[in-house]
Design a binder for this molecule. Structure first.
Ligand SMILES: Cc1ncc(COP(=O)(O)O)c(C=O)c1O
Length: 348
């Protein structure tokens, strides 16, 4: 194992020994190979540089309590990357090739898989770029698929805690029929003006829908979830707990959100995906961002300075989201049975 201080790693790049690459030329994918070279020799007119023909993914490998390494739902990432590729007129990476590339990246960097108990994980950043030189506007015919592994630190090095958000009203991240549903670099570049301004205030950014600026879309790199509790007369004193998450054509279908919805249903919670008006935050008892990096990042308050409103959810993570956070982490670290077959145990 590498001599790394695993518990102080942040969400930063640590140079791995190998990356994995596979090229698409003359209508065929080449077999993935591992290389120590972290640089690409790209033509200056490559379509990824000229026209943003680029898509990426993010997934993790976890060293479990039993010492085994588990990769979480990689097939879902492969499928989402294929949809992103089609969205940008790129050649999709075949699912099995995606899996082989991830396994090879893991095998070649086993020393970078953080030990159990540190909270750190091995993150994989698959990347697909158009490499054909073109000056006229149009898509390329050649592509490069790269998997970049990097150990990353626990999202919550201390205890599970809350973050604060600000409502963004001056930058549209993705159009309703645009590329928000795909994981492509352009969406993130388009959000930097808003996210950097929020970060400068010590806040994260909550994006509204681009058409009406009325409904919650998502966070800059995470979906939004809210919890509503309501009393139902017929059920005596028992609360109905509702897991709410936005339905929008401009947001990324989060694999974490999908997993949490399944876990929420199993616990008897009502799960609803629909348009959510910003003002509905006032009726929620808990709110959070969710994604691969953080699993769940509970929100303590959402500021909306333009409307002179602040929505508050308490300074400590709420019970429902804390329970779902633990449930998902337990599956990822092999502490709970993986009934859904979400993890693939890799050889060591
Ligand atoms: C814009 C955006 N939304 C949502 C997510 C969460 O998706 P996932 O749970 O698949 O990581 C991410 C992170 O990948 C993201 O970048």
């Amino acid at each position: 194992m590498k001599d790394i201080n695993w518990s102080t790693l942040g969400f930063h790049y640590t140079e791995p020994d190998y990356i994995v690459r596979a090229a698409y030329h003359d209508g065929a994918w080449q077999e993935p190979y591992a290389t120590r070279d972290k640089y690409l020799h790209l033509h200056v007119s490559a379509t990824c540089l000229q026209y943003g023909q680029e898509a990426f993914e993010g997934l993790k490998a976890f060293r479990g309590i039993d010492g085994k390494i588990r990769i979480f739902r990689w097939r879902e990432n492969a499928r989402r990357m294929a949809r992103s590729a089609e969205g940008l007129f790129m050649q999709p990476v075949p699912e099995e090739l995606f899996g082989r590339a991830i396994r090879l990246a893991l095998e070649k960097n086993l020393d970078f898989v953080p030990p159990y108990g540190t909270g750190s994980t091995l993150y994989f950043r698959p990347l697909l770029i158009g490499t054909t030189p073109r000056l006229g506007v149009g898509p390329g015919r050649d592509f490069e698929f790269v998997v970049i592994p990097s150990p990353i630190g626990p999202y919550y090095p201390g205890k599970f805690h809350c973050t604060s958000f600000i409502v963004n009203r001056y930058v549209d991240r993705a159009a309703p029929l645009g590329t928000g549903q795909f994981k492509v670099g352009g969406n993130y570049a388009a959000s930097f003006r808003a996210t950097e301004a929020a970060h400068a205030m010590g806040l994260d950014c909550l994006f509204l829908d681009s058409k009406y600026h009325r409904y919650i879309d998502e966070c800059s790199a995470a979906n939004f979830i809210g919890i509503k509790r309501s009393k139902v007369e017929s059920r005596k004193s028992k609360d109905v707990i509702e897991y709410l998450t936005p339905k929008s054509s401009a947001i990324l279908p989060s694999i974490t959100n999908d997993s949490l919805m399944t876990l929420a249903r199993e616990r008897g919670y009502k799960v609803t995906r629909r348009r959510i008006q910003l003002e509905e935050l006032a009726e929620m008892s808990e709110a959070a961002a969710c994604g691969t990096a953080c699993v769940i990042s509970p929100i303590d308050r959402v500021l909306d300075p333009e409307r002179n409103r602040t929505y508050t959810f308490g300074s400590e993570p709420g019970p429902v989201l804390s329970e779902l956070y633990r449930a998902l982490r337990d599956i990822q670290f092999g502490r709970a049975e993986d009934k859904h077959g979400w993890t693939e145990i890799m050889s060591q």
